[in-house]
Design a protein around this ligand. Structure first.
Ligand code: NAD
Length: 482
């Protein structure tokens, strides 16, 4: 289904109903490619968050969602997946207009992968054993229960608004939690499509609630007395504040934050294959990708060859309208964000040598040319700070130990890749990288493996059974008398 040119939304999805917002404030949503307003939504205020949390509390405390048979929750998630799948095209187009994501990626990832996430957690819910009878070495048994934590708050950024919501919704609902989501002001329209899918699928009232808004209502949601867990994805700076609030409240939280990951190209790598892989691993979503391998580590023996090949590859990438399926690089998500990325490019001019890019293509849209900096040291700002755009730095290393040392010399640890013709050699290097995830000869998020960061990239894990466990609390019932 094609998305109509302008999308005006007047209500909020709270408690299974489309309700009037508490205030008449609104957000405009701007198309990243045309720079024109193409929609608007109500801006949630604290009273809306309060209503959403109350509705979620009713769903778990009174209406039986938390105590439902896991198989019932699995059935709900399965229907929800089907309803999201039917809206795949609408979702993908909405996201591509909101944040400039190339349609090939929004179709495959925002739409397709989201459905896969819902189905994966439906499967985990169906197999969930809430209570285990465990023999004790002391001669009696205990019951170990996995109970839902209650009401979760999900706070997401603008770069992958659908998948990052689903990485919270799917495991939370599978575990028996209800959730209140706060999308980013830049990308609220897709959340309405997901809410419509939830309504059609018969997700029980209050289990899923959305309140779009900025950081102020985000703060209100994080600290709300009715919240039992916070699942946050965003910048390291905001994550520290969310973590501090949760620490004060002794509230469980997961923090998925920024990154500055390394692509370690070993000296036997096939450069053509590496470049094909880096198109996704380093530049997916126009470089607005937390796990992107943006520090390219090249062996001194092949440095010039790799810089030349990467330069040609990046200068040939097709920049254009994200709705054109052939586009590889779309615009950045907002004017402010482009200014930030261009600021880093200016800084980089004093820290390395630009071999391609650095400018803006002519015309409308917040585009930045794919940019490569060579002769950069790992202590440069452009090598240490997250740029979050199509900007790569190529760093020289001496041998494998030196490559591992440079890869690990970062405040972050979220993603990373190792490239070699010798799989075992690459795996050995991957094991030495201090990061939550590493890809060997490619980078693909596995639904069934935990994803998350170390150091300034955050704490906690999403994906896999580990994410569902993050929405459960353990309770032991001792049976010393049988
Ligand atoms: P951001 O931190 O500014 O905002 C993220 C979300 O948090 C938004 O919804 C925002 O309104 C809200 N928010 C901001 N400050 C808050 C506060 N103090 N309390 C509560 N809510 C608050 O980040 P952004 O610019 O929207 O997104 C880009 C960042 O997200 C990058 O750093 C990127 O690396 C990171 N990110 C991380 C992952 C991951 O899985 N690790 C995935 C995608 C993006």
């Amino acid at each position: 289904m094609a998305v109509s040119s302008t999308v005006e939304r007047d209500s909020l999805y709270i408690g299974g109903e489309w309700v009037s917002p508490a205030s008449d404030r609104r957000f405009e949503v701007v198309n990243a490619t045309t720079e024109e307003v193409f929609g608007s939504v109500p801006e949630g205020v604290e009273a809306d968050i309060d209503r959403a949390v109350a509705a979620a509390r009713r769903a778990v405390d009174e209406d039986g969602w938390a105590t439902a048979e896991p198989s019932e929750r699995a059935a709900v998630l399965g229907r929800f997946a089907d309803a999201v799948e039917r809206r795949g095209s609408e979702l993908a187009q909405t996201v591509s207009r909101e944040n400039g994501m190339p349609l090939s990626l929004s179709e495959q990832f925002e739409a397709g992968y989201s459905v896969a996430l819902l189905r994966y957690y439906a499967g985990l819910a169906a197999a969930l054993e809430v209570e285990e009878r465990r023999p004790s070495p002391l001669g009696f048994d205990s019951l170990v229960r996995r109970e839902p934590l209650g009401v979760a708050a999900g706070i997401v950024p603008w770069n992958f608004p659908v998948v990052l919501s689903m990485t919270k919704i799917a495991p939370a609902l599978a575990a028996g939690c209800a959730i209140v989501l706060k999308p980013s002001p830049g990308t609220p329209l897709d959340s309405y499509v997901i809410a419509e899918a939830a309504e059609e699928a018969g997700v029980p009232a209050g289990v899923l609630n959305w309140v779009p808004g900025g950081r102020e209502i985000g703060r209100h949601l994080v600290a709300h007395a009715g919240i039992d867990k916070v699942a946050f994805t965003g910048s390291t700076e905001a994550g520290r504040e969310v973590g501090a609030t949760c620490g004060r409240l002794l509230r469980p939280c997961s923090l998925e934050l920024g990154g500055k990951s390394a692509a370690v190209i070993l000296d036997d790598a096939d450069v053509d294959e590496v470049l094909q892989g880096l198109a996704f691993a380093s530049l997916a979503n126009n470089g607005q990708n937390c796990a992107a391998s943006t520090r390219i580590l090249a062996p001194a023996s092949r440095y010039d060859e790799i810089v030349a090949a990467l330069t040609d590859f990046c200068s040939d990438l097709r920049i254009g309208d994200p709705l054109d399926p052939a586009t590889q690089i779309g615009p950045l998500a907002s004017r402010e964000h482009r200014e930030r990325v261009e600021g880093y490019i200016e800084t980089g001019r004093g820290e390395g040598r630009i071999t391609t890019g650095g400018g803006r293509p002519p015309g409308a849209g917040w585009f930045v040319e794919p940019t490569v900096f060579a002769d950069v040291g790992n202590d440069a700002r452009i090598a240490r700070e997250e740029i979050f755009g199509p900007v790569l730095v190529v760093i020289r290393y001496a041998d494998d130990d030196d490559a591992v040392r440079i890869a690990n010399d970062s405040d972050y640890g979220l993603g990373g890749t190792v490239w070699s013709r010798d799989g075992e050699r690459a795996r050995a290097v991957a094991r030495r990288i201090v990061s939550g995830t590493v890809g060997v000869n490619g980078y693909v998020l596995d639904l069934n493996a935990p994803f998350g960061g170390v150091k300034d990239s955050g704490i906690g894990r999403e994906y896999g059974p580990e994410a569902m466990a993050g929405y459960q609390r353990l309770k032991s019932i001792y049976l010393p008398a049988g």
